[in-house]
Design a protein around this ligand. Structure first.
Ligand code: SAH
Length: 352
């Protein structure tokens, strides 16, 4: 079933067949510039508004909206229209910008053990409209605070490059119609090589983030099981081509897990990989967030600092990701859409 943000402009034109020509612009601007439902686009005639509301329903039913104590992180829980598949979206306000983290699948089939979405398993792919509407509904919430959306990260539930076609459809809509530039759009992947190759052929130079977490195959096979199919050497070569074609820098994401991938040896191996790319890859360190199905804790703040310092000594640019929304289970790896997530306050605060 087509929902409000699924049809292309041409498909909307077909739905408006028989109406005055300028209705298309009025509707499209209402949807993509003012983020309105057809029923609220007041320059459309009432009968047309009613017809559009009936033919093109919104795809996301809001179940819950949680806000962190400081008010800067908002997590939405939605049900898709068929009612069974919960997904989540996270809106983050920073001083100078606002970012939306969107889901691309209900669940995820990649089975990374430390990620709550991976622990829960896969339901289905999201459509273009279901992805775009997460941005629209977040923009509506941001407008209540007089804020606009500046960045989109494809880092919510699911593996974007296992659903590349819909993800790309959403990227085009977000870029062309909502007006967010490619450098403010980031796609994060576990390292699906055919997906990165498909992205390389797409016209817009969006940022690529790769969830690396280990720089040697035996460890990565354990942490990110898809590595058995797409091993590190092949992944790095594919990233190199992407960088060359797009003139963009790749970011490696690294969830620091105490005693697992936070040793000096890991830092050294990671630095070596970064330097295989030119310019060297940037590293985003994320102290592991707690999830119900994974016993190991995140690295201590002291170890995170030491790991970052080591990388810098090896000449690699590394930043530590500001942790957002842990208390509402909205942080990296915690999106499970309704599954209870046990937050252990001890994790990532253990002394060295
Ligand atoms: N499937 C894609 C998109 C999700 S992005 C991908 O994996 O890249 C979510 C990011 O959070 C990924 O980098 C993921 O590895 C990371 N992550 C998963 N579980 C985490 C956890 N428990 N703590 C911190 N980061 C985690």
């Amino acid at each position: 079933m087509k929902t409000l943000y699924d049809p292309t402009r041409e498909e909307i034109a077909a739905i408006l067949e028989g109406e005055k020509k300028y209705r298309l612009d009025q509707l499209w601007t209402g949807l993509y510039t003012h983020f309105k439902r057809p029923g609220d686009i007041s320059n459309l005639p009432a009968a047309l508004r009613a017809k559009l509301e009936a033919e093109l329903p919104e795809s996301l039913i809001e179940i819950r909206r949680e806000t962190s104590a400081d008010g800067d992180t908002v997590k939405f829980l939605w049900h898709l229209l068929e009612g069974q598949h919960p997904i989540e979206t996270v809106l983050m306000y920073y001083e100078d910008r606002a970012t939306v983290c969107v889901s691309t699948q209900a669940g995820c089939a990649m089975a990374c053990g430390f990620c709550a979405t991976g622990q829960a398993g896969f339901n289905r792919h999201l459509s273009v409209g279901e992805i775009v509407e997460q941005v629209v509904r977040s923009a509506r919430e941001a407008a209540l605070r007089d804020r606009r959306i500046d960045n989109i990260v494809f880092m919510g539930m699911g593996e974007p490059l296992a659903n590349e076609e819909s993800v790309w459809g959403a990227v085009e809509r977000i870029h062309d119609d909502i007006g967010i530039s490619a450098r403010h759009i980031t796609i994060s992947t576990v390292g699906i090589i055919p997906g990165i190759k498909a992205l390389t052929k797409r016209p817009l130079p969006v940022n690529l983030a790769v969830s690396l977490h280990a720089a040697r195959n035996d460890l990565r096979n354990e942490l990110v099981p898809i590595n058995k199919r797409y091993p590190i050497e092949d992944l790095i070569n594919t990233c190199r081509t992407y960088l060359f074609e797009k003139r963009r820098r790749v970011t490696f994401e690294w969830a620091l897990i105490s005693g697992v991938n936070d040793t000096d040896r890991d830092a050294e191996e990671l630095a070596d990989l970064c330097q295989e790319l030119s310019p060297a890859a940037h590293v985003n360190l994320i102290p592991l967030n707690p999830t119900p199905g994974w016993p190991t804790v995140g690295s201590s703040p002291a170890r995170v600092d030491a790991f970052q310092r080591l990388l810098r000594e090896f000449g690699v640019n590394a930043t530590v990701r500001q942790n957002r929304g842990t208390e509402i289970a909205a942080a990296c790896g915690q999106l499970a859409a309704g599954q209870p997530v046990a937050v252990s306050l001890k994790s990532s605060r253990l002394p060295d």
